[in-house]
Design a protein around this ligand. Structure first.
Ligand SMILES: NC(=O)c1ccc[n+]([C@@H]2O[C@H](COP(=O)([O-])OP(=O)(O)OC[C@H]3O[C@@H](n4cnc5c(N)ncnc54)[C@H](O)[C@@H]3O)[C@@H](O)[C@H]2O)c1
Length: 216
């Protein structure tokens, strides 16, 4: 396998498809599949086999011609490419409707994401626990983040506080931010931000539905 962690020339579209391959392979493994062809993987994902072969070839030589991919080996390889072999420490800031749901989401653990702290400003929430992880007051963010070596911060606070929370996360040494607030945040170049805007997905769906002949 090429040293994919240092590669920056791979297209975003390829990188965005890798988690889909990873998830589908894990489901295939649950179905006791040991080998999968690019045709079968493609069918399950709605991606052409050529695209899958091309995407994977960006990272190295996987699978055997005429046989297919060994499912567990490919899961391990893609997991390494995605950095999922690392034990990431994550923190949620804003334990409201969304923050609470994210903190309760069990699949993060199985991907190697460890929720190690949560932060809020609401006195009623401080000291509460989700799956054994405590909610701290925002004032303690830097101290707790440094003590627990938190790599990723999830922003789930109201929009108007998103930037100040981002600044605090950056000052505490966070390496990546998953921002759910519908506001672009500014961070130094070294910090990666993924903005998650659920309304974008819904609006795209609306675009397609609006062009279909109504059925009722
Ligand atoms: N609820 C959803 O389905 C959803 C979906 C997509 C995006 N979002 C976005 O996620 C964010 C949170 O949404 P929500 O519905 O969970 O809101 P919410 O009001 O239920 O929760 C917000 C939480 O943030 C806390 N908070 C406020 N200021 C804070 C600060 N400075 N530091 C730390 N905590 C602070 C509040 O005490 C509260 O617990 C919003 O920006 C919203 O637009 C929500």
């Amino acid at each position: 396998m090429k040293d994919s962690k240092d590669k920056i020339s791979i297209s975003k579209a390829t990188i965005d498809r890798l988690p889909l391959y990873f998830r589908t392979l894990r489901l295939s493994q649950e179905e006791s599949m040991e080998i999968i062809s690019s045709e079968e993987l493609g069918q399950r994902l709605g991606v052409t086999p050529e695209q899958i072969r091309k995407d994977l070839a960006s990272f190295g030589q996987f699978g055997k011609k005429g046989v297919g991919y060994y499912v567990s080996e490919l899961i391990r390889n893609i997991g390494e490419i995605l950095g999922l072999d690392y034990n990431w420490h994550i923190a949620v800031v804003g334990v409201g409707h969304l923050g609470w749901a994210l903190a309760n989401y069990r699949n993060f653990d199985s991907l190697g994401f460890n929720l190690v702290a949560m932060f809020d400003v609401d006195p009623n929430k401080i000291g509460q626990c989700i799956k054994g992880t405590e909610v701290f007051h925002l004032d303690r963010l830097k101290e707790v983040m440094e003590e627990r070596t938190i790599h990723i911060g999830i922003i789930a606070v109201p929009e108007m506080y998103a930037q100040e929370v981002a600044d605090q996360l950056v000052a505490a040494g966070v390496r990546g931010i998953w921002n759910f607030a519908p506001r672009k945040i500014k961070v130094p170049e070294a910090v990666r931000v993924i903005n998650e805007d659920l309304s974008v997905g819904l609006s795209s769906l609306s675009f397609y539905l609006a062009r279909q002949t109504p059925t009722n």
